[in-house]
Ligand binder design. Structure first.
Ligand code: EPU
Length: 336
């Protein structure tokens, strides 16, 4: 069932050429359970869109390829629809399916790379929406006992690019499906994000549908973010850091144009892309590793960069930002 010494180049969006000692693509829960009965120490691979591979993976690699989208009629009511999606479904394909069926809630999350099963782990988010806003529950296989456990929103402890599965639950569960709570009609659009408004205005749309919002998000992403099919990348490599108001006020004296988002408790979030750009990294290339020319938060592989080379660049960026601004920027991508 397992294949030996397989290159994972086509299974990670960074396009890093690293081998797995053994690899299996799993297409049913039954198959997954059988494997987990015999192997407790496994490496779960989903869309490979949030990992940087730096060394050969010695644990058996399980690629989740389970498919299926099911409307839960028994639960759905008035304006609400509940949709259960298997872990191996591609995220954006599901978003497109929802828009075609006029189910609202996911339009701002269009074109995010990756699969359904990993979307809750980092609570994916973009343009004013996060997964948690449309999440109902998920089912996960507990590796130690091989039983299926249901997690509601509260138990998932969603935060900014964070959840239970990145903390206490790390490495203990395999998410097998996610149920979303979406609208059937009277969709609640979230178009406050400046770039979405500009895009809609440019297209002279004043009463947007979910499809219009999705198209606007797609256009914005395509203009700023590299397509992993063309240049290897994992989206935002770093999280946007949060600093104290006092620190922010200090920085503002030197950098009056610093972009920011005010948070509760006298905290301020600063776009890491801006900090990195100020340090002169935007568009820079070191061999085949580089910083994207339109969005400094995104590191790219021009072809044959190794995971180590990308990681070295990331560390260099962290060090420079820390020295210049006294702000630690945390990596968002999982380093393997
Ligand atoms: N900026 C710069 N230089 C850059 C990049 C950004 O000055 O190179 C400035 C922009 O001018 C703007 C601000 O930073 O004032 C924010 O930029 P942007 O709207 O592009 O958003 P971001 O904070 O850089 C976050 C998410 C993205 C998400 C966008 C839109 C994180 C770590 N990243 O980026 O998520 O698409 O907001 O909501 O929170 C991802 O997670 O992979 C991802 C792409």
């Amino acid at each position: 069932m397992f294949q030996k010494n397989i290159s994972l180049k086509d299974y990670n969006t960074f396009g890093i050429d690293i081998n797995a000692k053994s690899f299996v693509s799993v297409s049913s829960l039954k198959q997954l359970k059988t494997i987990i009965t015999e192997n407790k120490n496994v490496f779960i691979l989903s869309g490979g869109s949030n990992i940087l591979l730096t060394k050969t993976i010695t644990e058996p690699v399980i690629q989740l390829n389970t498919k299926g989208i099911e409307i839960l009629d028994n639960k759905s009511e008035n304006n609400t629809v509940f949709i259960k999606v298997q872990a191996g479904e591609n995220w954006h394909d599901f978003v497109v399916w929802c828009i075609e069926n006029d189910f609202g809630g996911l339009e701002n999350l269009s074109l995010i790379p990756g699969n359904i099963g990993t979307s809750p782990i980092q609570n994916i988010g973009a343009y004013g929406r996060e997964l948690k806003d449309v999440f109902f529950e998920l089912e996960a296989l507990k590796i130690s006992t091989n039983e299926i456990i249901t997690f509601n929103k509260e138990v998932c402890k969603f935060g900014y690019r964070n959840s239970f599965f990145k903390n206490e639950g790390k490495g203990k569960y395999i998410i097998v499906n996610v149920t979303f709570k979406l609208t059937k009609d009277h969709h609640k659009l979230n178009i406050d994000y400046g770039a979405i408004q500009t895009e809609l205005e440019n297209n002279k749309i004043d009463n947007p549908s979910i499809k219009d919002v999705s198209n606007a998000v797609i256009a914005i992403r395509q203009s700023k973010l590299p397509d992993p099919k063309e240049i290897g990348n994992s989206g935002s490599f770093f999280k946007n850091p949060v600093i104290s108001k006092a620190h922010f006020e200090n920085l503002k004296v030197t950098y009056p144009k610093i972009p920011f988002y005010l948070l509760p408790d006298d905290l301020v979030k600063i776009p890491a892309g801006w900090l990195i750009e100020q340090c002169g990294f935007k568009g820079k290339r070191y061999g085949d590793a580089g910083v994207h020319k339109n969005q400094a938060l995104v590191l790219v592989n021009y072809g044959n960069a190794t995971g180590e080379e990308i990681l070295d660049l990331a560390k260099k960026i962290q060090k420079t930002v820390l020295t210049k601004f006294n702000i630690p920027v945390e990596m968002e991508v999982n380093i393997i």
